[in-house]
Ligand binder design. Sequence first.
Ligand SMILES: [Zn+2]
Length: 170
Amino acid sequence: MDAASDEGFLLAVLNSTPVIDGVPTDDFADTARARACLASVGGLGTEAELQHLLRVRQALRAVLRGEQPADVLAPELQGVTSVPAMTDGQIAWTLSAPPERRLAVQAILAWDALAKHSPGRLRPCANDECRLFLIDRSKANAARWCSMAVCGNRMKARRHYERARNTQAE
Ligand SMILES: [Zn+2]
């Protein structure tokens, strides 16, 4: 799991159910492995932590696909505070969240930061058989696929095939 940045962590969580060779998979389906994975990115590695993260994963996807209002995330933010402290003349904010919800909250805050600073840049792959999300950092903001190599080429090939078939049918 890429946890080098909050965005990397968020994307890793959102993209943890890839479709591989046409078969939907879930990186978190194996609970023991999922918990070890969370522990490796600084989490507690507990069942409760995993459950919070799975709920947030599902909620964030629904929000990003426009199926749910962002309010569905509110319960996970209850009791979360940010505490300022002055160090060397600079204010640093420290997140204070119930330990079992810290990773889930981190994912929500990364989503919020992206939505504010780069609205619309985090979105689902345009291949409706793909369940991945992408963060478009290009100037044109016209990226449609999680990966040009995988979904981009697949969709191009499909369009080509459909055109060829339609031409034959005429
Ligand atoms: Zn894709």
